[in-house]
Design a protein around this ligand. Structure first.
Ligand SMILES: *[C@@H]1O[C@H](CO)[C@@H](O)[C@H](O)[C@H]1NC(C)=O
Ligand SMILES: *[C@@H]1O[C@H](CO)[C@@H](O)[C@H](O)[C@H]1NC(C)=O
Length: 489
């Protein structure tokens, strides 16, 4: 009996490491919807065929951090919420955490039926770059998970884009060094998409909006050889607090980003510090010709209400209850349709000069680390089934390539699991709340924009604020399993 329990526990722990063939599930074959026109990039804009496309969306991760759940893998959940997206009138959602080991045919098909595109974060709290110690976290286990996520979503016409990271670089100057590994990840993702003959889905980074590194970081992601540059750039901006272009500093940012050469949009916005309700005046600004020549819309943070009070829908056992801000955002979208014409965009793209090292930007030079050897195999053979949201994580999986995701020896893996758990716990600066770091929202372009995502509590957890405690919860589970295993022995 004991040994059966023990075997079951460890089997579940290691099952994600077992190589298994993909796409044999007949459910994959039943996906036939193709009514969506895939979004492409030309110049500094997105295009839906020959019509300019603006992101008019919302960030979507019901359950938040503790959930570690993929809302696009649960038909009940996604269909409940797609009905709300339709009422809201959004054309895009962003999903921070998806399970790359399961099918998304039903939810992606239902979203396509509703005319909604999806932007997918290719990493998650377990499989991400560690901003405090980025070099070892850029390893083949990490890339296997990232590439599996690409495989899982690239077959859908309504996959708009992939994020190669979220707020890995923050207002800690030391964290600017992590940009090198985010850029390497972006390069690898674009190469993987090309090598695997996937549709050319755009790849870019979702940045925190920090005054001291806003421009060098944006330039860095769009500088150097074409195969290392991003397809687009996005940032999370909470500086418009029921104000206007001037007081928010958005007019300055438009100037700073004019001529950037690739599409820019806001991957999170929706400051909620001024008054009980938001007016979402950002929508009018984003759709106006004072912004459309540089910006391509944005995503409001966020759909579901959690402790950080940014949500516009309260999810209860009875369903999705629209809160006051739901109607505010719906009205703002309805009153400010996407403009006709090209919005003043540029039809050619360009790179930017690479930033030079200084007190706020610690990256020296422009060279990127080579892709880990074991990850190169994925280019030819595919990444295989991903670890989903239940693996032991990659951040501390080993020194670079020395402990790849294809390891099968349980003893070695058990050791790695334990040490990963321990070091994750010890490198987390704090385990408490910090879903909102609203230290310096002042509506000035010269100030760091505080965001729900820019929590400092996780060592490089690259997923948004509401999910920042994910790694810790899971670490606890693994510690518990290890203890059970020891007792049974
Ligand atoms: C889907 O989500 C609902 C609501 O959270 C939950 O009750 C149900 O168990 C989930 N279904 C699956 C298959 O996970
Ligand atoms: C959500 O609904 C529950 C149940 O009605 C209520 O107790 C809770 O306060 C609501 N939360 C918010 C953020 O409105």
């Amino acid at each position: 009996m004991r040994s059966i329990v023990f075997a079951t526990v460890w089997a579940s722990l290691f099952s994600h490491l077992t190589a298994s063939p993909t796409l044999t599930d007949p459910k994959h074959l039943s996906y036939k919807r193709s009514s969506m026109t895939p979004i492409t990039i030309k110049g500094n804009a997105f295009w839906q065929g020959d019509k300019r496309f603006y992101v008019r969306g919302i960030d979507y991760q019901p359950g938040g951090s503790s959930g570690m759940e993929d809302p696009l893998a649960n038909e009940t959940v996604c269909k409940r919420d797609i009905a709300e997206f339709v009422k809201l009138g959004v054309n895009t959602i962003r999903v921070y955490m998806t399970d790359n080991s399961v099918s998304h045919d039903v939810c992606m098909g239902a979203l396509a039926d509703a005319g909604i595109y999806v932007i997918i974060d290719a990493n998650n709290p377990l499989y991400s770059i560690n901003r405090l110690n980025p070099e070892p976290s850029y390893n083949s286990e990490y890339l296997q998970s990232v590439f599996s996520t690409i495989d899982a979503f690239s077959k859908y016409d309504n996959t708009l884009a992939f994020f190669s990271g979220n707020e890995v670089v923050n207002d800690d100057i030391e964290s600017t060094l992590a940009a090198v590994y985010v850029k390497a990840t972006t390069r690898d993702m674009r190469q993987y998409i090309a090598s695997r003959d996937h549709r050319k889905i755009p790849v870019g980074y979702s940045s925190a909006d920090v005054n001291s590194n806003r421009i060098p970081l944006a330039h860095y992601m769009n500088c150097g050889p074409d195969d290392q540059r991003s397809d687009f750039y996005a940032f999370n901006d909470y500086s418009w607090c029921n104000t206007d272009m001037e007081r928010s500093g958005w007019n300055q940012k438009v100037k700073q980003f004019t001529g950037y050469g690739i599409p820019i949009f806001l991957s999170e916005y929706g400051c909620n510090t001024n008054g009980p309700q938001r007016d979402f005046g950002e929508v009018k600004a984003l759709m106006s010709d004072s912004m459309t020549h540089v910006y391509s819309g944005g995503l409001v943070y966020e759909y579901s209400a959690g402790p950080n009070m940014f949500g516009i829908v309260n999810i209860t056992s009875g369903g999705a209850d629209e809160m006051l801000d739901f109607d505010k955002y719906r009205s703002a979208l309805a009153a400010n349709p996407a403009p006709n014409g090209d919005g003043g965009c540029t039809l050619t793209s360009n790179s930017m000069p690479c930033p030079t090292k200084d007190a706020n930007w610690l990256v020296d030079g422009t060279s990127l680390p080579p892709m880990p050897e074991k990850a190169k195999v994925f280019m030819a053979n595919g990444a295989g089934t991903g670890p989903g949201l239940k693996g032991e994580g990659s951040q501390n999986a080993g020194d670079g390539d020395s402990n790849s995701g294809t390891t099968t020896a349980p003893a070695a893996t058990a050791t790695a699991t334990t040490s990963a758990s321990t070091s994750k716990a010890s490198t987390s600066k704090s385990t408490s709340t910090s879903t909102s770091t609203s230290t310096s929202v002042t509506g000035s372009a010269t100030t760091t924009t505080a965001t729900p995502s820019s929590s400092k509590n996780a060592a490089g957890n690259s997923v948004g604020g509401p999910v920042s405690q994910g790694p810790f919860a899971v670490t606890g589970v693994f510690v518990a399993f290890a203890v059970i295993g020891t007792l049974l022995l």
